[in-house]
Ligand binder design. Structure first.
Ligand SMILES: Nc1ncnc2c1ncn2[C@@H]1O[C@H](COP(=O)(O)OP(=O)(O)OP(=O)(O)O)[C@@H](O)[C@H]1O
Length: 270
């Protein structure tokens, strides 16, 4: 079942075209990695899919309905979004911040329900935050804060999770734990779209990758079908050793491609 679909989606930021005719379809039960170089448009795409940016053209359809016509409250119950910027405006404790994920499910000023409590507790446990429940979020480490903001999104219990570089700043154990969480959500029929700079995480944990470059989708498919040395050279300008083991692909960037190296040399010239 298609959870979210875009047709010819175009987005401009401050008048500058950033996304160009994006056609994509995310299925229920998929964990999809959004990859591409800096400035490719990944954050812009995730924000647009979350309904946080005006579109310049095309459509975004959520469960068969145009996203633009969905009231904000209904949208927040169906789409959870983890931003790349990890900022918290107040010095709340961890539990309170995770609890904010339940607001879309409650009428204004309504008390917390047992369902809210269960979702908050589950999200805290999933992100290994039980020991930090009472800690102030403005005194956490970068990785701890990242886990809190992911937990807030998990507490939202939405069918679609959009996460912008959720693994950045997490240590390897927490990265793998996070990938396991995303896989579990997909296994339960949810849809996860996460931008990832770690190509090995994308290659080994995602059902599918969408490769964005210059505001356009340049490739999509199963990691094994898409992530080869040629694509990595053309999209990232790197040379990479690509291998396989029973867990999937292994990608080791070994240097800049000849084109990138020449460009870097010319930039160095006075
Ligand atoms: N407010 C803005 N006005 C104009 N251009 C912008 C604005 N914000 C971002 N951009 C540009 O849009 C392009 C896409 O940015 P975006 O943040 O979506 O890329 P990204 O793929 O997420 O990059 P990264 O991997 O570095 O996070 C970039 O070229 C960026 O400079």
């Amino acid at each position: 079942m298609t959870a979210l679909e875009t047709r010819a989606l175009c987005v401009a930021l401050d008048g500058r075209p950033v996304l160009d005719r994006i056609d994509l379809a995310l299925q229920a039960g998929e964990f999809v990695g959004l990859i591409g170089p800096n400035g490719a448009g990944k954050s812009t795409l995730l924000r647009a899919l979350a309904g946080l940016l005006p579109t310049r053209g095309g459509t975004i359809v959520l469960d068969g309905r145009p996203l633009a016509r969905l009231p904000a409250g209904a949208r927040a119950r169906r789409i959870a979004y983890v931003a790349q910027a990890r900022e918290v405006a107040w010095s709340l404790d961890v539990e309170a911040v995770v609890g904010l994920g339940r607001l879309p499910h409650r009428a204004a000023f309504a008390p917390e329900t047992r369902g809210d409590r269960a979702a908050i507790d589950a999200a805290l446990a999933t992100m290994a935050l039980d020991g930090l429940r009472g800690h102030r979020v403005d005194r956490l480490s970068g990785g701890e804060l990242a886990r809190v903001l992911i937990a807030r999104a998990l507490a939202q219990d939405a069918e679609l999770l959009l996460a912008d570089e959720p693994a950045a700043g997490l240590d390897p154990a927490h990265q793998i734990a996070l990938m396991t969480v995303f896989r579990r959500l997909a296994g339960a029929g949810r849809t996860v779209l996460a931008s990832l700079h770690d190509l090995n995480l994308a290659a080994r944990w995602c059902d599918r990758v969408i490769v964005l470059a210059g505001g356009r989708i340049v490739a999509t498919g199963a990691p094994e079908a898409v992530l080869d040395a040629r694509l990595l050279a053309s999209v990232y300008g790197i040379e990479a050793h690509v291998d396989r083991d029973p867990g999937g692909l292994l990608l080791v960037p070994t240097g800049l491609s000849a084109r990138s190296a020449a460009a870097a040399r010319s930039e160095d010239r006075p």
